[in-house]
Ligand binder design. Sequence first.
Ligand SMILES: Cc1ncc(COP(=O)(O)O)c(C=O)c1O
Length: 388
Amino acid sequence: MKFETLAIRLQSKRSGNKEHSTAIYPTSSFVFDNAEQMRDIFSGEEEGNIYSRFTNPTCREFEEKIAALEKMEDAMATATGMAAVFAGFAALLRKGDHILVSRAVFGSTFNMMKNYLQHWGIEYTYVHPGEVDTWEQHVKPNSKMLYLETPSNPGLALVDLEKASQLCKKHNLLLNVDNCFATPYLQNPADWGADIVIHSATKFIDGQGRVLGGVVAANKEIIEKVHSFVRNTGPSLSPFNAWILTKSLETLAVRMDRHCDNAEALASWLESRGSLARVNYPFLDSHPDVAIARKQMRRGGGIVTFELEGGLKAGQEFLNALKMLSLTANLGDSRSIASHPASTTHARVAEEDRLAVGITPGLIRISCGLEHIDDIIADIDSALSSIQ
Ligand SMILES: Cc1ncc(COP(=O)(O)O)c(C=O)c1O
């Protein structure tokens, strides 16, 4: 089946009520027919649900859909995207291991490395996303994983997944890709050899800014380890949120096409306006990695960034001049959102680290929603005109 059909028709077994839409199972635990069955399910001799921290049918439907859409064998849902990032590290790395990390990763992932993993004896080396050809020199005998985002948040840096995967195969590293900005509809890292794909499902997968969620997709052996980590440490997805997310997947393809239509139109309009220092969108001819974007992504996604001359002050004035776009700490919503990474999401990242990945003081990130493009452009145009 094609992507759109799988996203709609992959459904857990109907209950006796023969519901058409998928059922939701908000229950903490599950009952057993007798002591023998309880023993067999606990020991793994018989399949069955025990407790919703371990498995839940609503979460399972979401996991099975993500696995299919990401062309992976299995998946494990988590309470947030950061829980998925952490589960991917904690379940697979040990004290003394080393990982290569693309420098252009989400602010909290950056802080996770610096403030936690390294204190637990997991070493990391940052590598520049645009220089995959130089990464081999950073591989060490104890290197176990390469972790990256493409496109990255918020700088929209791209990594050539084919080259990254070749390096990983050569040195026996796990390739772990945060595919949050692209979603499985626009990019499947598994096509290029990725071993692990993680998502913040909070973003485009939910798509309406309602719930937090995350997911790790990989082969069965890896997911067994991630499952054991989640089962024993507790960052499990709630069945309510899983129900929202599995329903949201049904419309992911149509929503992503509209996000992309709006983002493409906005990026071209911003470039043609001519007054901005830089406009950044993966499928713009002016993007330094447009060839990589065209090779591995179906379309450019819903995020556009641009650079205001006038730095931090201009960034804040621009946000204050907007009338319709929301000022909020999220992206991938049906509502368009404007943010200023240097003073918000990446404020805790040292300035030199921000600059190294293009997060300049005047950088504005627009998450293009599903409103009419004319209204999105009109709001941004009037805000820009009022400050320039
Ligand atoms: C690329 C990326 N990865 C991970 C996360 C973390 O996701 P969550 O907020 O669901 O924990 C985010 C959040 O913005 C993100 O943009």
